[in-house]
Design a protein. Structure first.
Length: 198
């Protein structure tokens, strides 16, 4: 029971701690990503050590992904939703246009005709906007959080993923605890049966 409770506490502490760190280090996503990965691995190792449940550890990687993505991305998207400035812009240049890279850095022009100093980043060619496209973006007036397309900012969705992943970890921890309890009772019963046979 104590092992299971400790595992549940570790899972919730990982989710809360990584989210809090993401808030404290806005603009430096590599810090919460690194810490989050280490804590997610720690949860998996604890699951193996406490309950010898390798298949449950593999299964726990699915909610771990939800926890990591939700914890790291919730803070910047919540910051953009709360204090961000929404603007309608048109793409006037793409730094990737002359290369084979999929790392786009778009130059944007606002409706007043001025070009924005900040570039809009887009990694990968899937759903990549093109020069001439008109977009709604949300940018951080403090400059701590990178600009994003307005349609991609969904703090509630990130929080939903974070909570879902944490609940998934909780269920896996309880399942592992129950499995360990059943195995111990079965072992105790077999041991008692052998003693009575003698």
């Amino acid at each position: 029971m104590r092992r299971t409770l400790a595992l549940v506490v570790l899972g919730w502490a990982t989710a809360v701690g990584t989210t809090g760190l993401a808030y404290l280090t806005l603009g430096s996503q590599w810090i919460p990503i690194t810490v989050g990965v280490v804590l997610c691995l720690a949860f998996g190792v604890a699951l193996i050590l406490l309950h010898q449940a390798l298949w449950l550890t593999v299964l726990s990687s699915v909610p771990a992904l939800f926890v990591l993505v939700g914890a790291v991305q919730y803070a910047p998207e919540a910051a953009l939703e709360s204090r961000g400035v929404r603007e309608n812009v048109v793409i006037v240049a793409d730094s990737e246009a002359a290369t084979s890279s999929g790392n786009h850095r778009f130059t944007l022009r606002a409706t007043n005709g001025n070009e924005l100093e900040e570039k809009l980043g887009h990694d990968g060619d899937m759903r990549a906007p093109e020069v001439g496209d008109r977009l709604d973006v949300i940018r951080d007036p403090k400059g701590e959080v990178p600009m994003e397309q307005a349609d991609d900012v969904d703090a509630a969705g990130r929080m939903g993923g974070l909570v879902s992943g944490t609940v998934g970890w909780t269920l896996i921890a309880v399942l592992a605890g129950w499995r360990g309890h059943v195995r111990r009772r079965r072992g105790l019963g077999e041991s008692l049966g052998l003693r009575l046979a003698y």
